[in-house]
Design a protein around this ligand. Structure first.
Ligand code: PRT
Ligand code: ZN
Length: 285
């Protein structure tokens, strides 16, 4: 029987979330993960643990059918594969940073400068797009120390909280790419494998939806019911059930994580009481 072969990072920043996503999709990894490869009992899937940099190549070569990798790595490697879904974790940005004391007033600053990076391909594209001529120093790690030791005038590196830049006396001045983990696929999958991918994607989307939404229950005085219902979008419309106490109802609905705090405030102002908010495990619309 065919299996969907997926490549995920062996260890590092994407590992935990990748494994969690599989688990949330109801896919149980067999025993130890300290191997190159493992299987699943309850989904026709084979999991390969690899360095993130190698994943696009493995997917292009069809050693793996799909892979989970940062967009930064995917675009830098420039292999033949397609992004099928953004996964909402591993968020960061590839940025240009210069010494905090520098007077930076636009990309022209970079003309004639030496820029250190582990992303020469993306940096090259960025410079060309902006018509800048600069020297690219490709290094393999610890990019943030390059200006301090006189190796470069600027760097291009991944940033999430910004504390690494701060600790090294640097400031972020341009964003080259915004990135998150994505699912990529080989361009030519067998029909049977494609069906497995569709099944897997269906589950991923249900998990993502659930992560972005909360289930909300509250009590409302009947004379405020219409006002409260108007504040709640719900999947179709909210569920309203009578409480044992006359004149009160229980209202159930689904709220997007983004609007959450604002709507909660407005519900309270409108007279809602006993508001409960619970996580949703899966959501299929
Ligand atoms: O061993 P392997 O090659 O598989 O792993 P790796 O060491 O190359 O990658 P890893 O595990 O560090 O990162 C994997 C992926 O996580 C990256 O390709 C990004 O898609 C994503 N990601 C998200 C990050 C960050 N956030 C991040 N902050 N990758 C790296 N960083 C580093 C950054 O390079 C810098 O050194 O964290 C530092 C900056 O962080 P802040 O919070 O101080 O700004
Ligand atoms: Zn790597």
């Amino acid at each position: 029987m065919n299996k969907l072969k997926i490549a995920i990072q062996k260890s590092g920043r994407l590992y935990d979330e990748s494994v969690k996503l599989l688990k949330d999709c109801g896919i149980d990894l067999k025993n130890g993960v300290n191997k190159l490869k493992t299987e699943c009992d309850n989904f026709p899937m084979e999991i390969y643990f690899l360095r993130d940099d190698d994943i696009p190549q493995y997917v292009e070569d069809a050693v793996a059918d799909v892979g989970i990798v940062g967009e930064n790595v995917f675009y830098e490697k420039n292999k033949k594969a397609e992004i099928v879904e953004q996964l909402g974790f591993g968020k960061c940005r590839l940025s240009v940073a210069v010494g905090r004391g520098e007077q930076y007033d636009g990309v022209e600053f970079l003309n004639g400068k030496r820029i250190a990076t582990t992303y020469p391909g993306l940096l090259r594209q960025f410079l060309d797009k902006n018509g800048i001529k600069a020297e690219i120093h490709e290094i393999s790690g610890s990019v943030e120390i390059a200006p301090g030791i006189g190796l470069a005038d600027a760097i291009v590196d991944l940033v999430s909280s910004g504390s690494t830049l701060f600790m090294n006396g640097l400031k972020e001045v341009e964003t080259v790419l915004k990135s998150q983990a994505v699912l990529i696929r080989n361009e030519r999958l067998d029909p049977e494998v494609r069906q497995l991918l569709e099944k897997f994607l269906f589950r991923i989307r249900a998990v993502k939806k659930a992560r972005n939404n909360k289930y909300i229950l509250l009590n409302a005085p009947n004379d405020k019911l219409q006002e409260i219902i108007r504040l709640l979008p719900g999947m179709k419309s909210p569920t309203v059930l009578p409480l044992a106490e006359v004149g009160w109802s229980s209202v159930h609905s689904v709220l997007s994580e983004n609007d959450f705090w604002e709507i909660i405030e407005r519900l309270k102002d409108a007279g809602a009481q006993g508001i409960l908010v619970v996580p949703i495990e899966k959501m299929v619309i």
